[in-house]
Design a protein around this ligand. Structure first.
Ligand SMILES: NC(=O)c1ccc[n+]([C@@H]2O[C@H](COP(=O)([O-])OP(=O)(O)OC[C@H]3O[C@@H](n4cnc5c(N)ncnc54)[C@H](OP(=O)(O)O)[C@@H]3O)[C@@H](O)[C@H]2O)c1
Length: 255
C-alpha cells in the first residue's frame, strides 16, 4: 500500500520542502494552505507529475473546529494516514510592554492547539487501524534558547518540544513515534543557492556559515518517517547549522 502523509502549511516554505521530499520518496500527500491558493494549486500539479496523489485544502488553523475537520478530510481522501507533520505556524516577536491578548490567543491557537487537535485525530486513526505511524512537529531553536521579545512564540515552541515527550510515551504501546524538529534560521523565499544562503549578518553567526533551506529540514523528516528511525521517539532534533551551540565564551580575556 502506498504510504501517505498529511502536512499542514505546505503551500510554501519549510512545509513545501517537506511535502516535496516525501512525494519524491513515494508518499501520497495531503496538505493545507491558508492564503496562497495559486501556489497550492501549482504545487499539487508538481506532486502529481511525480506520480503521487495529492490533495490540498484551504484552512485557517487557529479556528476552533478547522484542525479536526481538515485532518479528518485528509484521512478520508488519502484512505489512511501514516505520517502527520504539523508545520503551519506564524513566526513573530512580541514585546511584553505592548503585547495584545488577542495576539497571544491567535498564536496559541495556531502554533500549539492546532497541533494537538490534529494529533488527536491522526493518532486515533492510527491506533484504530494498527498503523505504526509517525507524528512530527516543526518546532524552532527559539524553543530551546531564550531571546528577548520571544515569551510567546518561543515558549509555545518549547511547549511543543515538551508535548512530544508525553505523546511519545502515550503512543509507544502502538509503535507510533512522536518527535519535534527544530529549524534555526531557514531561508524560505525560494532562492536556495549557496550564495544566497551565505548572504547577510545572520548567516555569518551560524557556525556552518549559511542559513538553512527547507530541504535541510525535509532530509531529516524523510529519515524520521523511514523504517530506520523506528526507535527514535520523544526527541527534539535541531537543524540549525550549529546556530544555538554558542554560549558566552568564558575563555575570552576581558579587553
Ligand atoms: N523559516 C524559519 O527560519 C523557521 C525557523 C524555525 C521554525 N520555523 C517554523 O517552521 C514552520 C514553517 O514556517 P516557514 O518559515 O516555512 O513559514 P511560511 O513560509 O510563512 O509558511 C507558513 C505556512 O503556514 C501557512 N499558514 C500561515 N498562517 C496560517 C494560518 N493562520 N492558518 C493556517 N495556515 C497558515 C501558510 O499558508 P499560506 O502561505 O497559504 O498563507 C504556509 O503554508 C513554522 O511552524 C515556523 O514557526 C521556521
Amino acid at each position: 500500500m502506498t504510504k501517505t502523509a498529511f502536512i499542514t502549511g505546505a503551500s510554501r516554505g519549510i512545509g513545501k520542502g517537506i511535502a516535496l521530499r516525501l512525494a519524491q520518496t513515494g508518499f501520497d500527500i495531503a496538505f493545507t494552505y491558508y492564503t496562497e491558493e495559486a501556489e497550492a494549486k501549482a504545487f499539487q500539479a508538481e506532486i502529481s507529475k511525480l506520480g503521487q496523489r495529492c490533495f490540498y485544502y484551504q484552512a485557517r488553523l487557529q479556528e476552533t473546529d478547522v484542525p479536526e475537520r481538515v485532518t479528518l478530510k485528509a484521512i478520508k481522501d488519502l484512505g489512511h494516514l501514516d505520517v502527520l507533520v504539523c508545520n503551519a505556524g506564524k513566526t513573530t516577536f512580541t514585546n511584553i510592554l505592548t503585547l495584545k491578548t488577542d495576539d497571544i490567543d491567535a498564536l496559541y491557537h495556531l502554533n500549539y492547539r492546532s497541533y494537538l487537535i490534529s494529533t488527536k485525530i491522526a493518532a486515533k486513526h492510527m491506533v484504530e487501524h494498527g498503523i505504526k505511524g509517525r507524528i512530527i512537529y516543526i518546532s524552532s531553536t527559539r524553543g530551546i534558547r531564550a531571546y528577548a521579545n520571544d515569551a510567546v512564540y518561543g515558549s509555545l515552541k518549547a511547549a511543543l518540544n515538551r508535548a512530544v515527550q508525553s505523546l511519545a510515551i502515550e503512543l509507544a504501546e502502538h509503535e507510533i513515534t512522536v518527535n519535534a524538529v527544530a529549524p534555526g534560521a531557514t531561508a524560505i523565499k525560494g532562492d536556495y543557492s549557496p550564495e544566497a544562503l551565505r548572504k547577510g549578518h545572520l548567516s555569518s553567526l551560524v557556525p556552518l556559515k549559511r542559513r538553512g533551506k527547507p530541504a535541510d529540514v525535509a532530509g531529516l523528516i524523510n529519515y524520521l518517517v523511514s523504517e530506520e528511525a523506528a526507535y527514535i521517539t520523544g526527541e527534539t532534533i535541531k537543524v540549525d547549522g550549529g546556530l544555538v551551540l554558542y554560549g558566552p565564551d568564558e575563555t575570552k580575556k576581558e579587553r
